[in-house]
Design a protein around this ligand. Structure first.
Ligand code: ATP
Length: 443
């Protein structure tokens, strides 16, 4: 089984990600995040917001409407140009992105391909009860445009001065011709984006600084290796003087993970033109100087972040059985391999599992209040069925950093056993100092 199949099967088996609408036979490449996936995704988004919005005095966040005035997408160029060339097979009628196929033969059946057609990727819908002309709107294909549209409002209400950024995270929709590779390319996905406004003369310095920020985020997420692909002249958007794609070696090939682009003042210029509003910035030190700021745009995909984090975290290990052998009621032997998701601790969907050695009332009466107390602080799980070895294995498989076992000694010595996911070492800790112990370990 290749790594991708292992991640897919783990996702389904343990509740990270399910096929969307599965009981109805699914819906082409849609995926639902299950209980663990939802926690994982939330951790990524919360960490990003903390790091790039809350902890930075020069960045503010917004949360704009998903459906915007359709003029936004005329101004941004999406109505006229946000399309992929599509080719269709004359024989089996399967469709492909023209830039994804080699030559003129269908990759599925070998049939002849039709000439490429342009296909707009924006989803259309209607506002109001009738489908009249003029009621047509689009689901946003990116989160970025709202930061330009709200630029003036943010400037007026926050008194931010250059350089400063506006950030947003949320869903984006693209009617992709060939979605696939699990959550890598879907028609509905989430983005985290920043538009960082600067003086034109300073764009290079800020571009470098954001590239460094992206590298540091990648390491924080647990990514060991990536590629920084400079997009050459002629392949960049016409307004961009520099674009770097952050690419990753997925099991299905080297492809984009994130992007960083210098967009000049293209977007604000367009919105000024289409809205008729003055969007210029006045330099407080030089009030006569009015201009449209230039923009550095770092962009992160949430779903691709999650996929890469899972690929990086997955490990299968040979384990000496003695390491796994613990006092279990039936004393059963353990197998000698384990699957462990070595998520960075901040990312783990469950931080602490509380595992009473058996279902007996004398253990539950200590373990349940302990769970209630710890759950105020961390994402916790309570599990009292199966042998303790099997339960450790389950927690390793979802990447839980700490397991707390309540055993028959606990009532006597007021202590529990804490097991570390990575070292599998166990430590006896007094209940009175457990919470602080875990806070320090998980910090
Ligand atoms: P690609 O070349 O893979 O289609 P793109 O260059 O069109 O991507 P951008 O428009 O730069 O992507 O979008 C920013 C980020 O949003 C990407 O780096 C990626 O992480 C994410 N993203 C884009 N399209 C999708 C999709 N269909 N499914 C999941 N994530 C996506």
């Amino acid at each position: 089984m290749d790594l991708m199949d292992k991640i897919l099967s783990l996702s389904k088996r343990r509740g990270f990600i399910f096929p969307g609408s599965e009981i109805y036979g699914g819906l082409a490449n849609s995926w639902d995040y299950g209980p663990l996936g939802a926690e994982l995704k939330k951790n990524i988004k919360d960490e990003w917001w903390k790091r790039f919005v809350r902890q930075r005095p020069d960045v503010v966040g917004i949360d704009a409407a998903l459906i915007m005035n359709p003029k936004v997408w005329e101004a941004s160029g999406h109505v006229a140009g946000f399309s992929d060339p599509l080719v269709e097979c004359k024989k089996c009628h399967e469709r492909f992105r023209a830039d994804h196929v080699d030559g003129t033969k269908c990759p599925s059946c070998g049939g002849e391909l039709m000439a490429p057609k342009q296909f707009n990727l924006m989803f259309k819908t209607n506002i109001g009860p009738t489908e009249e002309q003029g009621s047509e709107v689009y689901l946003r294909p990116e989160t970025a445009q709202a930061m330009f549209v709200d630029f003036k409002n943010v400037l007026d209400t926050t008194r931010k001065r250059l350089p400063f950024g506006i950030a947003q995270m949320g869903k984006a929709f693209r009617n992709e011709i060939t979605p696939g590779n699990f959550i890598f390319r879907t028609r509905e996905f989430e983005q985290m984006e920043i538009e960082y406004f600067v003086k034109e003369s300073e764009w290079e310095k800020h571009f470098e600084a954001w590239l460094e920020e992206m590298r540091s985020w990648l390491k924080h997420l647990g990514v060991k290796k990536w590629h920084e692909q400079e997009i050459p002249d002629g392949e960049r958007a016409h307004y961009s003087k520099r674009t770097v794609d952050i690419e990753y070696d997925y099991p299905f090939g080297r492809k984009e993970l994130y992007g960083l682009a210098y967009r000049g003042n293209f977007d604000l210029t367009q919105h000024e033109k289409f809205s008729g509003q003055d969007l210029k910035y006045t330099d407080p030190e030089n009030p006569k100087e009015k201009f449209l700021p230039h923009v550095i745009e770092p962009t992160w995909g949430v779903d691709r972040s999650l996929l890469v984090a899972m690929l990086e975290a997955y490990a299968e290990e040979e384990v000496k059985s003695s390491k796994l052998k613990v006092e279990s009621e039936n004393g059963e032997e353990e197998e000698d391999t384990r699957v462990v998701m070595r998520f960075p601790k901040w990312l783990a969907p469950v931080k602490v599992a509380i595992l009473p050695l058996s279902k007996k009332e004398e253990l539950a009466k200590i373990a349940k209040p302990l769970h209630a107390e710890l759950a105020k602080e961390f994402a916790c799980e309570y599990d009292e069925t199966q042998s303790i070895g099997k339960r450790y294995r389950r927690q390793d498989e979802i990447g839980t950093p700490y397991c707390v076992t309540v055993d028959f000694e606990t009532a006597n010595d007021q202590s529990v056993t804490v097991r570390d996911r990575d070292t599998m070492k166990q430590e006896r800790i007094a209940i009175s100092s457990l919470k602080q112990y875990l806070i320090d370990k998980l910090a």
